[in-house]
Design a protein around this ligand. Structure first.
Ligand SMILES: Nc1nc2c(c(=O)[nH]1)N[C@H]1C(S)=C(S)[C@@H](COP(=O)(O)O)O[C@H]1N2
Ligand SMILES: [Mo]
Length: 355
């Protein structure tokens, strides 16, 4: 793993390691805002309250008695690829590896909401974690919390996960219980979940209104900003790595492609000389590989002819079933969130030695 910050601990996955459909836990990125809380299972309680008829507090064994479900979901940090944004944006300097795909298992959030009886006034659900600390420019102690719309909370695939890839969650990924909000950027998948509050007005907490919003040039600083929610269509090349030296000839280029709400329909690859005109680029279709799942990335591969020695750039672009595709340059925003510009990988092609 590439450790990006030590306190709080944030680490990303080198792209060539994202070569399996399911990312091993040891290679799954970590994004913490505060120190990892240590939670004692005996005393752990999850509170469900707010705009509900019968608030409740549930223990871990009680939660584990409820019907569970498996969801294979890709999680990407909203700040992934931030270092590719120019001018440089505010936040953790991620390259492209703040993402991964896991098989999560847990109780649908909707079934817990049904138990407590959500009032018709409810519009959002606030998810709060046990971790807390201070943030620059804010007085007092903050807990990590994020809100999602009530409809997303009721999606059967939005779960309170207790397992990741068949094992109990580990401390860094949210032990004992975390939310998984598939199709959304990672910030909504609250770890170390201790409180679920149903609310009847837009939640205005720090993490919802300050870091995970789009701030564009010239925006009035006092106005409310558009929140970061579902994943944008995006693809990455996982092989070859940046600056790889390849023997001229055919190679299988590999990668992943995903999006928030619609399935990936098409992935295309192009190889151009480093000073080549992109408008003349010939894009060739990549092959989408099985398995596929509603909220999981698709792996793809493409046989590319690296016939001419020299400096070249490989690029990949994905399109979803709705026709959404990736921009060459993502529109700049102050925090560099939701960056989905076309991934460009420079490579060096060397001539094959004559015999
Ligand atoms: N309680 C809590 N939940 C959290 C966070 C956090 O700092 N605290 N970080 C969020 C962010 S921004 C991301 S991208 C994902 C990362 O999940 P992971 O560390 O398991 O990869 O967790 C989310 N849930
Ligand atoms: Mo994130």
């Amino acid at each position: 793993m590439d450790v990006v910050t030590r306190t709080p601990y944030c680490a990303e996955t080198p792209l060539p390691a994202l070569n399996a459909w399911i990312t091993p836990i040891s290679r799954f990125f970590v994004r913490n805002h505060f120190a990892t809380p240590r939670i004692d299972l005996e005393s752990y309680r999850l509170a469900v309250e707010g705009e509900v008829d019968g608030p409740l507090t549930i223990s871990y064994p009680e939660l584990r008695k409820l019907p569970e479900r498996n969801v294979v979901a890709t999680m990407e940090c909203a700040g992934n690829s931030r270092t590719r944004v120019y001018p440089p944006a505010e936040g953790v300097p991620w390259k492209h590896g703040a993402l991964g795909t896991a098989r999560w298992r847990g109780v649908p959030l909707g079934s817990l909401l049904q138990r407590v009886g959500v009032r018709p006034t409810a519009t959002e659900v606030v998810l709060e974690g046990a971790d807390h600390g201070r943030e620059a420019g804010v007085a007092g102690d903050l807990s990590y919390a994020m809100s999602i719309p009530i409809e997303k909370a009721r999606d059967p695939d939005t779960i309170l996960a207790v397992e990741m890839n068949g094992l109990d969650l580990d401390a860094r990924h949210g032990f004992p219980v975390r939310a998984i909000v598939p199709g959304w950027y990672g910030m909504a998948s609250v770890k170390w979940l201790t409180r679920i509050a149903v609310v009847d007005r837009p939640y205005q907490g720090y993490f919802r209104t300050r870091p995970y919003v789009f701030i564009h040039e010239g925006d009035d600083p006092e106005s409310s900003k558009k929140p970061v929610t579902s994943l944008q269509v995006k693809s990455l090349i996982t092989w070859p790595a940046e600056d790889a030296v390849l023997a001229s000839g055919r190679h299988i280029v590999r990668g992943v492609a995903w999006g928030g709400t619609e399935a990936i329909a098409q992935v295309e690859v192009t190889l151009r000389p480093i000073d080549g005109d992109l408008r003349q680029a010939g894009w060739q279709p990549a092959k989408l590989l099985e398995p596929r799942a509603r909220f999981a990335w698709a792996r793809w591969e493409c046989s590319v002819d690296f016939d001419t020695p020299g400096y070249h750039v490989l690029r990949v672009s994905a399109t979803d079933k709705d026709g959404n595709t990736q921009p060459l340059y993502a529109p700049w925003n102050f925090r560099g969130v939701a960056t989905n510009s076309i991934h460009a990988v420079p490579v060096i092609v060397r001539p094959r030695r004559r015999r």
